[in-house]
Design a protein around this ligand. Structure first.
Ligand SMILES: Cc1cc2nc3c(=O)[nH]c(=O)nc-3n(C[C@H](O)[C@H](O)[C@H](O)COP(=O)(O)O)c2cc1C
Length: 183
């Protein structure tokens, strides 16, 4: 097993999601001792506090996957200047029952791809607020706001040449951050 398993939370359920493609391509820039697994959030029920005492199987699975990970990577689109509801739903589920949050202390990175001009900056800011409350140490710099454009991905599904240096720099900082903060 890789010494640094990372749980990747993608905030889009769309089949052809740019963020999902980006998550896959970005993971290829990591060193060999890091492994990235995209966790499922599309089968989670809508969060209802009544269910806290008996969480549904997909919720227990999500919490177990987060517990096993040494770090987190959030890859999110921006919906109406915030995070998509499916991502907020997943965050709420894994934060409960009160006092049993799966997120606590897991070092995280936040990135996102958008077709819009300010590329997920507002959504990421909202997400950072949640993560601060959840006691998730989150890499501050470099910020990573990616605008979807031709050439972002190469023919092989990797990061295209124009963005590779910047994103390799981001990954290097992320790897150091996780190593410094993982328990
Ligand atoms: C409901 C909805 C709201 C959106 N709101 C924003 C927004 O606030 N800012 C933005 O940059 N793009 C917005 N978009 C466009 C997304 O950036 C675009 O759909 C992107 O492809 C979503 O990511 P995905 O490809 O990973 O699904 C919105 C799209 C949808 C469907």
């Amino acid at each position: 097993m890789a010494s640094c398993p990372i749980a990747v939370i993608v905030g889009s359920l769309r089949r052809e999601s740019f963020n999902r493609r980006f998550a896959t391509a970005l993971a290829r820039l990591a060193p060999a001792d890091f492994s990235f697994t995209q966790v499922r959030i599309d089968d989670l029920p809508l969060y209802n506090q009544d269910d806290d005492a008996q969480q549904a199987e997909p919720v227990r699975r999500l919490k177990a996957e987060i517990a096993r990970a040494r770090g987190l990577l959030f890859v999110t689109p921006e919906y109406n200047r915030s995070v998509p509801g499916v991502l907020k739903n997943a965050i709420d589920h894994a934060s409960r029952p009160y006092g049993q949050s799966a997120w606590t202390g897991k070092p995280a990175g936040v990135v996102g791809v958008s077709v819009g001009a300010i590329g997920t900056a507002v959504a990421q800011q909202h997400l950072r607020g949640m993560l601060a409350y959840l006691d998730v140490p989150t890499l501050g710099q470099p910020e990573c706001f990616i605008r979807m454009k031709e050439g972002l991905f190469d023919a092989d599904g990797g990061i295209g040449a124009d963005s590779r240096d910047f994103l390799q720099g981001w990954m290097d900082r992320y790897v150091a951050w996780v190593k410094a903060h993982a328990g």
